[in-house]
Ligand binder design. Structure first.
Ligand code: NAP
Length: 333
């Protein structure tokens, strides 16, 4: 990184089909000057998220990303100069910096974070991924010991943590992931009880074999066909924690949704509840206390997939959507 040049990755066109390298362009500009109330940040680690792709489709829990602007994205950054009250050079913050080396942001758009080792944990286990897994499973899914949990995108950043928390809470945990290697890894390295490859034929039967007593909690990261297969196997008073819908993000949206709604929900008295992790930020300390204790005790493995170089960010996101990552994908700038 050169201290006098700001490298930026622009989204030059919103994809209508699959995201590709042609939708991005690298440019260089001057390092911005912070205005009154702003701090100048140097970006250190960028979080790669399936949601980055969803933001290109339109407004969600945040505004849509627009063509010909710096690609949006959360990151851990260091304050290098400050005209913002409460922020000093050397402070670490989490902010939507976008994919670039430097950005000047107002104080209210940055959250100060503590220095932890490794720093990447601020984006994985103690960041959005860990908090989403913790609150989505425990506060929305509310599993009881002995129950069966199914989690999709199980080898991704949220899924790896959901499954391990489920084991800590004494549940049977079944992961759904793409490919036999990932499925084996979930069982052998992360302690899942079983894993189902959704890319093979026979998803419904494979799920039934992996969850012979039915499903009490389904943590849904993907929507689509996996949600439909799980819905039909939910136990009475089961809970579906709707976290995301990766199967709908990249490419044309599907024209069919899961069948069986609302009939199955009524007959089985299911609770299907969406959530956004920020709803729970007021209770963050409780989550971080538990998550850090589990990490220290060796009961929660933190899986990270760190890629070097700002210029590799587009390929890192395209690869994530194709299932390249295991655990939290991060770009070191
Ligand atoms: N509600 C919230 O507040 C909140 C916060 C954070 C994240 N989220 C959501 O949580 C979900 C998981 O995010 P993440 O960051 O853990 O994911 P991630 O690490 O980015 O992993 C994405 C994984 O999804 C899988 N995938 C891709 N296309 C798929 C498809 N068509 N069907 C099924 N799986 C597919 C791929 O693995 P395979 O090889 O297994 O296909 C890929 O590795 C996303 O839906 C995200 O939007 C929600």
């Amino acid at each position: 990184m050169n201290d006098s040049i700001n490298r930026q990755i622009l989204l030059i066109e919103k994809p209508t089909g699959k995201l590709g390298p042609e939708h991005f362009k690298r440019v260089e500009g001057p390092v911005p000057e912070p205005k009154e109330g702003e701090a100048l940040l140097r970006v250190r680690y960028i979080s790669l998220d399936a949601a980055n792709r969803a933001w290109m489709q339109g407004a969600t829990y945040r505004s849509a990303v627009e063509a010909n602007s710096v690609m949006a994205g959360g990151a851990i950054a260091e304050v290098v100069a400050s005209k913002a009250a409460g922020f000093a050079p050397g402070d670490l913050v989490f902010a939507d910096t976008g994919w670039q080396d430097f950005v000047a942001l107002p104080g209210k758009q940055m959250t100060k974070v503590p220095r932890v080792e490794p720093m990447t944990y601020l984006l994985s286990v103690y960041g959005i991924a860990g908090l989403t897994a913790y609150f989505g499973l425990l506060d929305v899914g509310r599993p009881q010991a002995g129950e069966t949990i199914v989690v999709s995108a199980a080898a991704g950043s949220v899924g790896t943590i959901v499954g391990q928390i489920g084991k800590i809470k004494g549940c049977r945990v079944v992961g759904v992931a793409g490919g036999p290697e990932k499925c084996r890894w979930l069982v052998e390295s992360l302690g899942f009880d079983a894993a189902v490859d959704y890319k093979r034929d026979g998803l419904f039967d494979a799920l039934r074999d992996a969850a012979p007593k039915g499903v009490d909690v389904y943590f849904d990261n993907v929507g689509g066909a996996v949600l439909e297969a799980c819905l039909a196997q939910m136990n009475v008073r089961g809970r579906i924690a709707c976290c995301g819908a990766i199967s709908q993000y990249d490419g044309a949206p599907s024209t069919t949704g899961p069948r069986g709604i609302p009939g199955l929900i009524v007959v089985k008295r299911l609770r299907m509840e969406g959530f956004i992790v920020t709803d729970f930020f007021g209770q963050r300390d409780r989550a971080v206390t538990d998550l850090s204790a589990w990490v220290k005790e060796g009961r929660l493995k933190v899986e990270e997939d760190v890629i070097d170089g700002l210029e590799n960010t587009p390929a890192a996101l395209i690869g994530l959507l194709a299932g390249e990552n295991r655990g939290k994908r991060i770009v070191r700038v």
